[in-house]
Ligand binder design. Structure first.
Ligand code: NAD
Ligand code: IPM
Ligand code: MN
Length: 370
């Protein structure tokens, strides 16, 4: 039987709560398909640090190295609790960025998607959100400010200073733009290039390379938009966007704004694609404010599972079933608390109940015939 080895990194905060819904779904998918998921749990993040003294332990690295794909929950502590860990060992710098670098997961796909049936979740007025939104942020994930050279110290005047470089090579830019163009060809045939070339030299190089890559995709219409204006258009007219490609830091910020226009960060899944290995995680964080209460919305995590099924397990039909099942739970009047305020008299359910209802909905879907 086809078997996929999956490293499961549940992480911190709401990570374990939403990850256990993800594994529940994977186990259920095994019962419907001739497939096996060899799931291996591994410590990652602050939880790993407190248990082993490092956020990305050697055993975890080995498990990830051997996996076909990695499914990650969330990492990170609250602002106050972060101070319990030395800056360079904190889960963001000590685990997540090293994982992105190790597997060179350069293309981070973050769908900003609300089908018409769920458009009421958006805080945007109906005349703006219209029949929902279907945009896709393609975020460069292993370059830029995040990975540039960093120094902190005392200058000649005895003042503290910090120096943080934004670095890109042309190859790094070209490969993510390629993904942007390819996705635009498969979707609506246009691409928004989000940049800041009026100030940043990195964007000047980015745009130069974009013009070169564009020659390979003569049918794709490119719209250039400055990142600050893009933030406004996302609020005022989100339907103008389809595929949006951008560098690392811009993508971090605009994708959380994406969560804002959908109505919750809990609706933002993501896939982090590397040349050999990909990993899948929700775009949101560990939500320390709601952790341990069983009320987190697992949709972003389960959507990340759907992206894994499609992109790492060759299971497109079952991925579509999972998306539909998740949306049907909402359509049938259930919601987690994050979306209840904008719901239509929904019954508010827990993280685990949401997972159970997804299983019920999945069972109403035809089993794919391979
Ligand atoms: P956050 O995304 O954790 O939370 C922001 C807000 O969104 C909170 O009110 C939270 O309750 C809500 N929220 C997020 N996900 C939700 C869900 N699934 N269901 C319901 N509500 C949800 O961002 P933050 O508070 O700025 O960061 C908390 C920690 O998470 C920090 O340590 C940060 O570094 C880390 N972080 C990790 C990742 C990751 O693992 N990839 C991503 C972003 C932030
Ligand atoms: C994300 C997160 C990470 C990022 C942090 C936790 C390092 O915010 O995945 O969006 O900034 O990339
Ligand atoms: Mn982020």
């Amino acid at each position: 039987m086809q078997t996929y080895k999956i490293a499961v990194l549940s992480g911190d905060g709401i990570g374990p709560e939403i990850t256990s819904e993800a594994t529940k779904i994977l186990r259920h998918i095994e019962t419907r398909n001739a497939i096996r998921f060899d799931l291996t749990d591994a410590l990652f993040g602050a939880t790993a640090y407190f248990e082993t003294g490092t956020s990305f332990p050697k055993e975890t690295i080995e498990i990830c190295d051997q996996a076909d794909a990695i499914l990650k929950g969330t990492i990170g502590l609250s602002h106050e609790d972060s101070k319990k860990i030395p800056v360079d060992d904190q889960p963001e710098r000590g685990a997540l960025l090293p994982m992105r670098r190790r597997y060179d997961t350069y293309a981070n796909l973050r769908p900003v998607y609300l089908p018409p049936s769920l458009a009421h979740f958006s805080p945007l007025r109906p005349e703006i959100i219209g029949a929902g939104i279907d945009a896709l942020i393609v975020r460069e994930l292993v370059g830029g400010l995040y990975f540039g050279h960093k120094t902190m110290g005392i200058n000649d005047d005895g003042k503290r200073f910090v120096h943080e470089q934004l670095e890109y090579t042309e190859d790094q830019i070209r490969r993510v733009l390629h993904i942007g163009f390819e996705l635009a060809s498969k979707r609506k045939g246009y691409l928004h290039n989000v940049h800041k070339s009026n100030v940043l030299k990195s964007s000047v190089l980015w745009n130069e390379i974009l013009e070169e890559v564009q020659l390979e995709f003569p049918d794709i219409k490119v719209e250039h938009v400055l990142v600050d204006a893009a933030a406004t258009y996302l609020c005022l007219d989100p339907s103008r966007f389809d595929v949006m490609v951008m560098e690392n830091m811009f993508g971090d910020i605009l994708s959380d704004q994406g969560g804002g226009i959908l109505g919750s960060l809990g609706l933002m899944p993501s896939a982090c694609i590397g040349p050999e290995k990909s990993y899948y995680e929700p775009s949101h964080g560990s939500a320390p404010d709601i952790a341990g209460k069983g009320i987190a919305n697992p949709y972003a995590m389960l959507g990340s599972v759907a992206m894994m099924l499609e992109m790492s397990c060759n299971m497109d039909a079952e991925a579509t079933n999972l998306w539909n099942a998740m949306q049907n739970v909402f359509v049938h009047g259930f919601t987690t608390p994050d979306l209840a305020r904008r719901g239509k008299a929904e019954s508010v359910i827990s993280t685990a109940e949401f997972g159970d209802k997804v299983l019920e909905e999945l069972d109403r879907m035809p089993v794919p015939q391979n």
